[in-house]
Design a protein around this ligand. Structure first.
Ligand SMILES: [Zn+2]
Ligand SMILES: [Zn+2]
Ligand SMILES: [Zn+2]
Length: 508
């Protein structure tokens, strides 16, 4: 359409896209540094080590520890580790603030002491997880590049993300002591739209007083830009969405259901949603949100009141010409919610947590797989059978109704939508890189759950590590379900309820 590339649209360099810089793996980096300094490792380059323990860095089965050749390959140490002590820096979450204020959780660096033996074991275990993480980062970015470069007349690429909520404020408050009190917040859903490789991109943002970030909100926010796309480019019939994958937002059954219904109602024929690897989905949308909020703050500083979402929208609309802006009312979000309520029962789809691509070429039906594939995109085919493509139909067939009933009647498999402090002490399953670990919830802070986890020593066999406990913070979406306390197998090991184990094997 008519725009130039705005200065603030970030194009991450290839290097940013191909390596891991997330918190989770900074800890692994520190382990590598300690082992390097102790003379056990000849390198501290994680990518190099992850690449060294697979036969082929472009092979999914190697990365996923499914290759018979390299499944249990560990990285070669220079010498064998002793039980001498070794210190290692780690990021841990800690609470700050006193009782009179809301406690905040912050990440702090801590110096830990352990033994060479224990550190090497932990390092090798995590390196095996890391190779999958690194593979997924590279693969999903590779897909993004491929889709963008191969866009046809019929294609649109839409990269979206929720921006941090904007705190609305009055100009006068900036000087006043009351600043920082309770304010209206506005939700910003940001994105960029690409239509055909050589066209400039179209940045957009929708603003809403509704603070929902769930699938009804996602589709209420997408609706205006899709409507506009339909009007301006009627030739576009295939939508390729890209986003990161928080399970409470994009990567869940209700979003998949809407992906297989909403665009079709508007006249689109095929859709696909690609998920970047967790913690690696930032990019252009992030820059748009930041830029808009800076514009709003500067308006407030110069005397303009922005007391609510509607005025934020109106003010930005006057000041911004490089971003398509839309307003989404709470009623719009509500209406979308009704469509889910009135739709078929939404059962959890097997393997949701590990999927990176969902496709819909038939209404109310999706196909999905662990990693994205677009090998037949140029031939007009989105659902090539690669990487174990699976299918799921939302319609109320008898067998699905039955699955639904089974799921409903097995409360032990369920988990509450929101995990809170009342759940401290509860047994749960943590999903660590698609492997289930039982543990006990120790602490809950916003979306972070502190869990003391067991370690595995066989199929459905777990034990408490000692003397060092495995206590860590996990994201809310890593808690798969609650479970009853595992039962003892022998003196040392326990077993998770067999039915639940069976479920986990099928779903993770
Ligand atoms: Zn990472
Ligand atoms: Zn291999
Ligand atoms: Zn393919």
């Amino acid at each position: 359409m008519r725009r130039q590339r705005p200065f603030w649209v970030m194009h991450p360099t290839e290097a940013d896209r191909n390596t891991c810089q997330c918190k989770t793996h900074e800890n692994l980096q520190y382990m590598a540094e300690s082992l390097y300094n102790q003379g056990l490792l000849q390198t501290k380059n994680l990518d190099e080590m992850a690449d060294a323990i697979v036969c082929d860095t472009k092979s999914k089965i190697c990365a996923y520890s499914e290759c018979p050749e390299c499944r249990v390959t560990t990285f070669q140490m220079i010498k064998s580790p002793s039980n001498e002590s070794i210190s290692v820096t780690q990021w841990v979450l800690e609470k700050i603030g006193d009782a009179s204020h809301d406690k905040m959780t912050v990440s702090v660096k801590k110096e830990m002491v352990t033994t060479e033996d224990a550190l090497v074991t932990q390092f090798q275990e995590r390196l095996a997880h890391y190779r999958r993480h690194l593979f997924n980062i590279r693969w999903q970015y590779g897909t993004y590049r491929q889709v963008r470069e191969n866009l046809q007349e019929t294609d649109a690429l839409i990269h979206v993300d929720f921006s941090e909520n904007y705190n609305c404020k009055y100009s006068q408050e900036i000087q006043s002591v009351h600043f920082g009190g309770s304010h209206q917040q506005a939700t910003l859903h940001t994105g960029v739209l690409y239509i055909k490789a050589e066209q400039p991109i179209i940045p957009f943002c929708s603003i809403s007083p509704s603070r929902q970030h769930d699938p009804p909100a996602i589709w209420a926010h997408l609706s205006p830009i899709l409507t506009q796309l339909r009007e301006r480019c009627p030739g576009v019939t295939r939508l390729h969405f890209f986003s990161d994958g928080p399970a409470t937002q994009y990567k869940q059954k209700a979003n998949f259901y809407m992906l297989s219904t909403e665009p079709f109602k508007m006249g689109f024929k095929e859709t696909s949603w690609h998920f970047f690897e967790a913690s690696h989905g930032k990019g252009a949308p992030d820059g748009i949100g930041g830029s808009l909020k800076r514009t709003a703050d500067s308006l407030v500083h110069h005397g303009t009141d922005i007391p609510d979402a509607e005025s934020l929208f109106l003010q930005l609309k006057q000041k911004t010409s490089s971003v398509e802006l839309f307003f989404v009312s709470p009623e719009d979000v509500e209406k979308m919610g009704q469509r889910i309520v009135n739709g078929p029962p939404l059962v959890t789809i097997k393997g949701t947590m590990r999927m990176h691509q969902v496709i819909s070429v038939v209404q109310e039906s999706i196909k999905y797989r662990d990693i994205s594939c677009v090998c037949k995109m140029m031939d007009g085919v989105l659902d090539c059978p690669c990487y174990g493509l699976q299918e799921f139909t939302f319609a109320r067939s008898e067998s699905q109704q039955e699955d639904y009933t089974i799921e409903r009647s097995a409360p032990a498999l369920l988990r509450p939508e929101v995990i809170s402090k009342v759940h401290i002490g509860q047994w749960c399953i943590v999903n660590y890189d698609a492997d289930p670990y039982p543990g006990i919830i120790l602490e809950v802070e916003a979306h972070n759950i502190k869990v003391k986890c067991m370690h595995r020593n066989g199929v459905n066999k777990f034990f408490w590590p000692s003397p060092r406990e495995d206590v860590s913070w996990y994201g809310d979406d890593q808690i798969v379900c609650f479970i009853p306390e595992p039962v003892a197998l022998n003196k040392r090991s326990v077993q998770i309820d067999k039915k639940i184990w069976h479920y986990l094997e099928k779903h993770l």
